[in-house]
Each structure stands twice: as C-alpha cells, then as structure tokens.
Ligand binder design. Sequence first.
Ligand SMILES: [Zn+2]
Length: 417
Amino acid sequence: MKPQTVLVAAVLCLIFASCKKTDTATQTQTPTTSVPSSQQPVISYFPVNHVPGEIVHIKNDKNNLYLEKETNGYRLEGDIILTEAQVQHLKNEPLDNARAVTTELVKLWPSSIVPYTIASSASGFSSAIQQAMQEWEAYTPVKFVPKNSSHADYVEFTGSTVESSSHIGRTGGKQIINLYLGSDFPATTAKHEIGHAIGMFHEQSRVDRDNYININWSNIKPDKAFNFKNYAETGEAGIDLGTFDFYSIMLYGSKITDTDFVYNTNILTMTKKDGSEFFSNFYLSQGDIDAAKYLYAPTVYVSVEDDDNDMSSYPDEYIVGNASASLYSDRACTIPTTSPFPVKVNCAIQEDVYSTNGTVSSYTSYKTVTIPPNTHSTGILSSYNKVIKIYDGANIYRYEATYVSVRAGVGYKLYNQ
Ligand SMILES: [Zn+2]
C-alpha cells in the first residue's frame, strides 16, 4: 500500500469514528464523507398533522410558482415560509437562473449578526439550539447574540407540535424559527432551519439537481408535487453555489415521512442516480460553510473596464474594444480587490443601430461571466465593435454602437451602488 493510500484510509476511519448517532456532540471537523446508513437520521421537514392551506398559483412572465397559503405566509417545500412581500417580489422579478443561496429577494443580516430569543415552548431544546448556533459561528461569519432592546429584527426559536419551519433570510421584526418538538435530532433540525433564516434554500431544489438525484414522482401526491420542483421551475432567481452536495445540512433525506405529501413513507421519494438512499446530514458540510461565507463575505463592487482601439480611417469611425468585469473594495471602484469565492457577474450587452432617418433600434442580450477566486478581473467581450460609423462621403449611412454593462446579481454590488 502506498503511503498516500494509508493516509486517506486513516482519515476516513477518523471521520467515521467521529460521527455518532447522537447530535449532541459538537463537531470538530466538517465531514467530507458520509456516515454509515444505520447511523443516519431520517428527518422530515414536512409538517405532521398539518392543515393544508390553499394552493396559490402565481404566474409571472416566465414561470409558474405554486405556494401553500397559510396564516403567517406562504409555505414552500415543507418548511420554508415566504412573506407576502417576498411573494410580491417574486411576481415581479426577472428570472434568470436558480438558487441554492439567495438574491435580493432575501435580505441578509447586517454585519452577519443574528439577534435571537428562545420562547418558553422551545426551552427544552435550549442546548440543541445553542449547539446549532455554535456550529454556524464556528465555521462561518454568522454570529448570534441574545436580543436586546436595540434589535428591531430578530429570530425567536419556538417549539411546535406540528412542524419545523423558518422564514428565508431576514424578514424584518420578529421572525419565528419553529422546531418540531417531536424531533429526535433537534440540533440538526435547528442547524437546518437557521440555514434558511440566514438565506439558504434547499440543496435538492438546485437547478442542476436532476444530474445528481432522481425524484420518484409516483410516490408524491399530485397536489404536493410543486414542493419538489427545482428553483428554475418554481420561478425563483438566484444562484447555485458550488456543486451538488450530498452532505449539505440543507438537503432533505430520501424518505419523506409525512402522508400529506407522499403515498408511502417507506418508499424512497428521492434517490441518488444509482437508486440508493441519501440522508440528511448532522453537520454543516464544507458546501454549507462556503455558501454562508459567500453570503456574508465582505462586499465586493463590480465595474466594467473598457479599452479602445481606434481603427478609424477618416471620415469613417471604427472603434474596437475589450470589456472586462473587475472587483473593487470601495463603492467608487478605485481600490482593486479579489474575492475568495467565484463571483458570477450578470452582464448586459446593448447594441444600438441608428438608421439614416434618425431612429434607433436597440437590441439587448445577456451574458454571465465568472471572476475566478482570488482574481481581480475577467473578460466579458473581446474585440467587439464599440462604434461603427461609416460615411458615404457626406452622410452617415451606417452607425452602430455597443455598450457593455453589469447588472445586479448575487455576491456583489455595482459601481456606486
Ligand atoms: Zn428546509
């Protein structure tokens, strides 16, 4: 056996040994592999004894969104609660791509600080809640502080006989994180629901999930099928960060244990591509940690940089340009910087075509470029025609201009925003 193989085997043994069925032990290392299936939790995030709400169909210009309307908001995928304001936002938002983390639809916590209280109904879970908060604090920029009178926005952990649930992101004022009092793994449940409250969605709903998992639609009740759509299908804008992560705290397990949602709770409702079962994890994965770091990383600003190469020959004008997106640490974009994370930058390319009668036709196309980690800049367009102005001797007979700009997106702000 080569030394390197021994090392890998030793590391695997260590990880298996350190993951115990109880979720009361504080994690010292993020797991990089799975624990044996006999030790895996089956956690359902779908409510039990749940009074179904009215299914509300929201349609915007590109997508259909189905949500279950309830007294405190709109339920999505079992345990995510959207506010009226968020649903209104979704109705109007241009839908570009999908999320595993949030866009401006979801507000983050300023300075990464989440004030909290624990209601008396959840006092039995106090140590589990503390453990969950400590794990998020240990590995990510997120910090929890007991709420005081200066905190207008805060979470309240509440015990529930029906469900675990959380709002997504900071909604303003008090927001409830419900913890199901029947949960065998309250710390794990708390970690998951905190994930929503800081702005994370479900791993199984990523746009690329069909490359990694199969959905057993025949076991899902038709009126609940919308809960298993991916985010492009449900119509939410956002971003999938990293690759699909079977160890994410934000991933449901294969089994859904609520008969309101599935016909047979013993059948695997979701599987890996090879048909095998997967499970909720006890701990934050490296992917979860990266996502939280991404959401709460220091702000970077993006500016378009453009250079000119004037290839005109009088009287014609012909200017060729190279456009790139660059990162800065200040609003005015004077201090170049990099990000430890890839920054996906949404760009718009507008082409104006001037006709001889003076009218202008504009054509806009969209493009996303990625600035790699620890990199200042990446190209958007190279050698593009910025200006073409051709004269027929006295008059212009062809005039086109192209403008490259950066649009709003996740993980960055715009110049002077
Ligand atoms: Zn959830």
